[in-house]
Design a protein around this ligand. Sequence first.
Ligand SMILES: [Fe+2]
Length: 271
Amino acid sequence: MLIAQMSDLHVTAPGTAPTTAYDTNARLAAAVAHLNALVPRPDLVLITGDLVNGPKPGEYEALSALLEPLAIPFRVLPGNHDDRAELRRTFAGTGWMPMDGPFLHHAVEAFPVRILMLDSVVPGSAVGGLCADRLTWLAERLAEQPERPTMLALHHPPFDTGLAFLDTLRCLEGAEELGRLVRSRPNVRAVLCGHTHRQTAVAWNGAHGYVAPSVAYQIALDLAPEPPYRWTEEPSALALHQFRPDGTVVTHLSVIGDYPGREFSRKARNS
Ligand SMILES: [Fe+2]
């Protein structure tokens, strides 16, 4: 099974002033075309939060129009820039968007690997949270199918990323409790996140911890203790997670853009 992960789209309403130097809507359009052209085509696309940049009027309509050409089933979860009510309104009728209750978490059951989409949003805060209610929901879902390979997806990374300016913010309240839960469930194969706009991979409590790059723009890699906040000209990208029959998860970075290949001979390949 091949799962694509797009994160941090930061769609803006047409005609509004951009908050960055990047045309995030054009980048999402390019990402959708990129996904549709992949061979093999992914079975599922996970969009791990910050679908829009505001939220501001018109953004979710723009998001809807930009996702309309996507020819692959997809699921979304909210980030700190999103609005739950707007997400419900935008994806009402899909059959998978939870229309009741305080949170948007839900389970994706139709594939060889089970995926639990977690809602880590605390309205009005950039920091996420998994409160007792949300951790209980997760514990109950994990108890339902303790042997089945499972992935968790949430916007806020529960682990340190090595990026000092983000780690000092502490991305997610409830991270330790989530870590204990993951450690107690060896069938949890991966924890997929967004939020930091920079790809990071980490071994975390026995699972493959991963932060996807942003489709909209990347934050500079700077491992100094007190780095400046910088966006970079690095290209947008998404992740491709191969879930293999033996339960391993292999993650590839798929850079969006035109980077022509050059074939090389078998002789060179063997050298
Ligand atoms: Fe973001």
